[in-house]
Structure formats: structure tokens, C-alpha cells
Write a protein that binds this ligand. Structure first.
Ligand code: HEC
Ligand code: HEC
Length: 474
């Protein structure tokens, strides 16, 4: 590779410029690789770090990527309004992908206990399963509470429609407790207390299970989809030998009409990005698609069922394709401060503490991935195994999803962690956003990860700082 650069100079470049040519990054003269995601690595470290097109895209793909990225940000509106795409609601939670995944990053928590949830959803279900082994929806509320709905006549519109009731108002408060590390340091941990008020169709009932989920970051997901199933199964095997119990979820693929390994969502209940996008459209925004053509209106919700003019389906296949290319083709920020001694010390602690058993540092994508061939044969550093792990009672939602039990969660990727706040101000970690930083997130680990957590709480402060510096750099 031309013009090998010393890593120090490279770092200055990476900080100074939004987009350093990839060839400079490849030229990094360092024993360790700063490329997080092969030719999908990008160098932006500002608010755009999670929404950059991968350098590997062709001109045509790049154009589709830009259309998809614009679609991610454009609001869904009611028929007749010219400022967005027609089809929001009748009930919904947010009106565009970017309202929840701002800047492609984590959801933002409500600023106070008086502000309704937007970037978090509340899944509900009752005991039993649906015909495919998934959660059984609540008869009157479906499988996710919708806290917004079309409000009725809008003076800008040519036609009138009756208002639709939102299913509930949802507020979030916190309960704190203190844990003490071996060296006496006190850390305050908080867990969510949900208030579900104004339920429009009666009580949820005592058997109803709930699960609060925050919007996760959405970059790098194409690479994770391109990791072969066999890799995940092999990881699960290797973990058994170490006393861990990582397992893939097995979920319903509504597009191909068969059971497959799940990869996306906090319990890995979505098989792939195409379905994830269409599921987000219908469940979070009330937008129909060719795979989910029916509005989300349980039988008792008669106002919801009234026909509203508009496109059918609301998300056209062409717009769906563009969103898919945007999800597949987005880049992953390069590692930062990689050559610093403290980061390297953190990397070795990450291994010693067995964090990397679940947060697998290195994966390789398939030899051939048809939907976006550039995703093939990439060596990536996502820090996930995409497997489910028992994380203990403290994190449990007691709401199974396919093969995922009430204490199981999918290991989330850790790449880009240190840029979360820069991207959109939110560094809310764990499935419900309860952890305010990595220390809190680690201290919530239980179940299979309890030994790692305990080893972390026994570290000297200097070593804790090294581990955190590493997490910030990956
Ligand atoms: C109301 C907020 C909200 C909206 C709107 C929303 N999402 Fe999400 N998104 C979430 C939540 C919450 C999850 C996690 C769901 C779960 O655990 O099952 C998620 C998960 C995802 C994931 C999986 C990421 C991973 O690593 O597992 C992707 C990809 C995604 N959303 C893309 C989109 C796209 C594209 C849109 C627009 C079509 C969209 N989302 C709209 C809240 C939202
Ligand atoms: C047994 C597997 C396992 C081990 C070991 C493990 N983790 Fe995790 N980690 C998870 C899972 C699963 C979650 C998600 C839990 C949730 O959301 O409730 C998680 C979440 C996290 C998060 C929050 C990420 C996010 O996007 O919200 C961080 C940070 C993290 N782990 C760091 C570590 C570190 C550091 C170690 C070692 C001290 C470690 N983990 C050990 C499985 C593991």
C-alpha cells in the first residue's frame, strides 16, 4: 500500500478531516488494525459518524444510499400533506426513523418524567405464542403500545377524518440503588419505572408481559447481516467449552416464510434488515408495506380501522429497497486512539475479563453476500456474537420472544460506543437505556456475565480507566 503513515500522524488526520481517503487508513503502520470494518470503515468522528456512506459503494449504490438516508429522515405524514411521505398511523409512536435513531445513533430518553416516550417502545404480549412461535399479541393492544394517533381534522387538508385514540400515555421514571466496588468507589445504578396511563381500551390485565426497549444504533448492521450462520453456530459451540451458553435466536422470516436465525433487535427477534425495516415501519410508524400490508388495528379499535386515503402499500417496494441499501451500505467509524498504551492495556483487560467471549472482537463476513457484494469477505470488529445470553434477574423483562427467554438478551455490538454522545447527545446503554455510561452497563451484567462483572468491580481504578478508554476507542 502506498505512502505508509505513522499512526500518530494518521490520528491527527482522522480528527481533523471528516472523510480521510481510505487509502490513508489502510496505510496505517501499526501492529493493530484501526479499520473497524474493512472497506466499510469511515473516518468521520463528528455528528455524521454513523450516517456516512461506506467508501466501498459504487456510484449507483451511493445514489440509492442517499435516497434511503433521506427516507430515513423524512417524516411520514397524513394523506394530502406535502411535507413528507403519506401513510403515518392511524396509531404510531414516531413519524420517521430518525426520530428514534437520531443521527443513526441511540435513542434519546425523555428529559423528564412528564415527557412521553418517543425513542423507546413498550412491547406487550400475553402467555402463549403466535402461530410461528413468537410472542402472542395482546387482544386489544397488539404487540406494542402506540402512544400517538391521528388527531383528526387538519386545516391544511382537503378532507376530514375522525380522530383516532392513542392507546396510552407512557412515562418513564427511575429508581436508584448504590453498588460499591472493591476499592470503595460507589456507583449509582438506576432501573426504569414505567407509568402507562390513560389506556384507551381497558386495563392491560395481570398476565400481560411488558418489555421496554430503546432504539439501538443502526450503523454496521449490513456487515452483521453478512456474517454467515455457521460462524454464529461455531461461536456458540466454542463458548460452551468456556462455560458460556450463547445461543442464536430462531425466528420467523415473514418474507421467505420460514424459520431462520435471528440477528437484530435486543432479543435478536428480527432475521434481517429488510424485515427489520418493514417491521419498524408498521409497528413504530403505522406504515404498511408489501410484507406487512395490514394496519396495526386490533379488532376493538374501530376508529383505527376506518379507511384513510393514501398509497397501498404506504412504503413502496422502491422506497423499501432504498432504505435497505442505506442500512446495508452505511460505514462504521474507525477505531480511535488505538496505539495509545492505555487503550492497549484496556484491550488486554477486555480479554482477561472474558468480555470478548460474548462481545467477539473479530468476525468475518460471508465469501459472497448477494444483496451488496462489497459486504463479502470483510474482516470486522463489531464486539458482538449476535447470540442470546442469560443476563440474570436484574436485566430480565420476563417476556420471551421466540427462543429468547425472559432473562436473555442479544450481545449488542460495541463498535462506535465512544462516539454515541457526539452523534446525538445520547449515551443511554442497555436494552431500556438505563445505564448512563459503560461502568453502569457493566455493573448491570449478571447471569452468564456475572463473573466478568465481578472481575470488573475488583479492578484497581487505573485498570478500570484503561478498560473504559478501550471501550471509548473501539
Ligand atoms: C419509535 C421509535 C423507532 C422508530 C420510528 C424506528 N425504530 Fe428502529 N428500532 C427501535 C427500537 C426500540 C429497536 C429495538 C427493537 C427490539 O429490541 O426489538 C429498533 C431496532 C432497529 C434496528 C436493529 C438494530 C440492531 O442492531 O439490532 C434497525 C436496523 C432499525 N431499528 C432501523 C429502523 C428503520 C430503518 C426505521 C424506519 C423505517 C426505524 N428503525 C424506525 C425504535 C424505532
Ligand atoms: C455473557 C455474555 C457477556 C459478557 C461476558 C459481557 N457482556 Fe456486555 N453485554 C452482553 C449483553 C447480552 C448485553 C445487553 C444487555 C441488555 O441490554 O440488557 C451487554 C451490554 C453491554 C454494554 C452496553 C452496550 C449497549 O449498546 O447498550 C457494554 C458497554 C458492555 N456490555 C460491556 C461489557 C464489558 C466491558 C464486559 C466485560 C467486563 C462485558 N460486557 C461482558 C453480554 C455480555
Amino acid at each position: 500500500m502506498p505512502g505508509a503513515m505513522p499512526i500518530m500522524r494518521l490520528r491527527h488526520f482522522a480528527y481533523a478531516l471528516a472523510a480521510v481517503p481510505l487509502s490513508l487508513l489502510c496505510a496505517a503502520e501499526s501492529g493493530e488494525d484501526v479499520l473497524s470494518a474493512g472497506s466499510f470503515t469511515v473516518t468521520a468522528t463528528d455528528a455524521t459518524a454513523f450516517t456516512q456512506p461506506a467508501p466501498a459503494l459504487s456510484e449507483r449504490q451511493h445514489a440509492a444510499f442517499l435516497r434511503g438516508r433521506a427516507g430515513f429522515e423524512r417524516p411520514w405524514v397524513v394523506f394530502g400533506i406535502s411535507t413528507g411521505d403519506w401513510g403515518v398511523g392511524p396509531t404510531f409512536i414516531a413519524n420517521r426513523c430518525g426520530e428514534c435513531h437520531a443521527g443513526g445513533g441511540r435513542g434519546k430518553l425523555p428529559r423528564s418524567a412528564n415527557e412521553q416516550l418517543t425513542a423507546l417502545v413498550v412491547r406487550v404480549s400475553v402467555p402463549g405464542t403466535d402461530p410461528h412461535g413468537g410472542p402472542k399479541p395482546h387482544e386489544r393492544y397488539g404487540d406494542q403500545l402506540q402512544n400517538r394517533a391521528l388527531q383528526g381534522q387538519n386545516p391544511d387538508l382537503q378532507f376530514a377524518y375522525a380522530p383516532v385514540p392513542a392507546e396510552a400515555d407512557i412515562f418513564l421514571d427511575w429508581e436508584e440503588h448504590v453498588v460499591t466496588l472493591s476499592d470503595g468507589t460507589e456507583v449509582r445504578l438506576r432501573s426504569p419505572v414505567l407509568s402507562i396511563e390513560g389506556l384507551a381500551f381497558g386495563d392491560l390485565g395481570k398476565d400481560t408481559m411488558q418489555s421496554l426497549r430503546i432504539a439501538p444504533p443502526v450503523f454496521g448492521t449490513g456487515l452483521l447481516e453478512a456474517v454467515p450462520d455457521e460462524t454464529l453456530l461455531a461461536l456458540a459451540e466454542q463458548q460452551k467449552a468456556l462455560g458460556f451458553n450463547g445461543r442464536p435466536n430462531k425466528v420467523w422470516d415473514a418474507i421467505d416464510q420460514r424459520m431462520v436465525i435471528g440477528r437484530f433487535g435486543w432479543k435478536a427477534s428480527q432475521p434481517g434488515l429488510r424485515q427489520q425495516i418493514a417491521a419498524a415501519a408498521i409497528n413504530d410508524m403505522g406504515v404498511t408495506s408489501s410484507v406487512f400490508p395490514r394496519q396495526n388495528c386490533p379488532a376493538v379499535q374501530v376508529d383505527c380501522q376506518r379507511e384513510i386515503p393514501g398509497n397501498d402499500p404506504e412504503l413502496t417496494d422502491a422506497a423499501w429497497d432504498d432504505l435497505d441499501v442505506a442500512a446495508l451500505g452505511v460505514g462504521v467509524p474507525a477505531r480511535r486512539r488505538w496505539s495509545e498504551a492505555i487503550v492497549q492495556r484496556g484491550a488486554s483487560l477486555f480479554e482477561t475479563l472474558q468480555c470478548g467471549v460474548c462481545h467477539a472482537p473479530t468476525l468475518r463476513t460471508a465469501d459472497y453476500f448477494a444483496r451488496l457484494p462489497q459486504l463479502s469477505r470483510q474482516t470486522i470488529h463489531p464486539y458482538t456474537d449476535l447470540l442470546l445470553h442469560d443476563m440474570g434477574e436484574g436485566l430480565a423483562d420476563h417476556r420471551p420472544e421466540f427462543a429468547a427467554g425472559g432473562r436473555d438478551w442479544r450481545t449488542p455490538p460495541l463498535w462506535g460506543l465512544g462516539l454515541s454522545r457526539t452523534v446525538n447527545g445520547s449515551a443511554a446503554l442497555l436494552h431500556d437505556g438505563r445505564a448512563r455510561n459503560a461502568t453502569e452497563a457493566i455493573l448491570w451484567h449478571g447471569g452468564e456475565a456475572a463473573p466478568s462483572r465481578d472481575a470488573f468491580s475488583r479492578l484497581m481504578q487505573k485498570d478500570r480507566e484503561a478498560l473504559l478508554a478501550f471501550l471509548d476507542a473501539i
